[in-house]
Write a protein that binds this ligand. Sequence first.
Ligand code: 6PG
Length: 233
Amino acid sequence: MADLVRKIICDSVDRNGSCKIALAGGTTPHALYKQLAREGVSSDVPWQEVDVFFGDERDVPHDHVESNFRMAQRALLDHVPVSPGRVNPMPADSDDLHGAAERYEQLIRERVPTLPDGIPSFDLILLGMGGDGHTASLFPFTDALAERERLVVSHFVPVLGRRRMTFTFPLINAARNIVALVTGADKAEAISIILGDDEELRADLPFSMIRPTSGEFRLVMDINASRLVEKHA
Ligand code: 6PG
């Protein structure tokens, strides 16, 4: 997985002189970020040409233990020569969360090249998946799933009882590369539905709405997350 990310970053910089990446939160990517920070992997990555954004964030300060930014900073960003001015934490603890989401969207529109349809296209968006099939902070049965205009929204997530800020699907699906890393037996049921053929069941899992408009989507799983997937002959 680290080699895949390294390759995408190097290709993007070779192609465009920079790489626009959105990092995933939660716990799964922590090991990936640690691996990316290791000398043997990171030494040939042109980190100084990488612009770092975040696909979602919790409504906590950036030094809070639950912060996705803090996790990425400690596992990766503090250990590689990214330019501080090119790391863009999501301001998800702002008092004016809606205004902060609009400002983060505006920042993306200014910094990330757009597709012909005017939607910014990240070189790479990393995602995870919850056991309920959520991805980023797009949770089942929330209005944010249907958002087609806004690229970044903040919303109250009833199942968490908390507010979150998140990319929406128009922005996620505009990426050149979407890579989802899903590990653990607690994700197996959702994965088997996502890769199964029951449209009705799949429709309730936000992860199934990842459909790149012109880019590539790769799902990387461990043996536990994929254990219920029918082995198609
Ligand atoms: C977050 C993440 C979220 C995460 C899934 C999986 O803020 O929690 O963005 O979408 O990817 O919840 O979380 P784990 O990797 O901890 O299982």
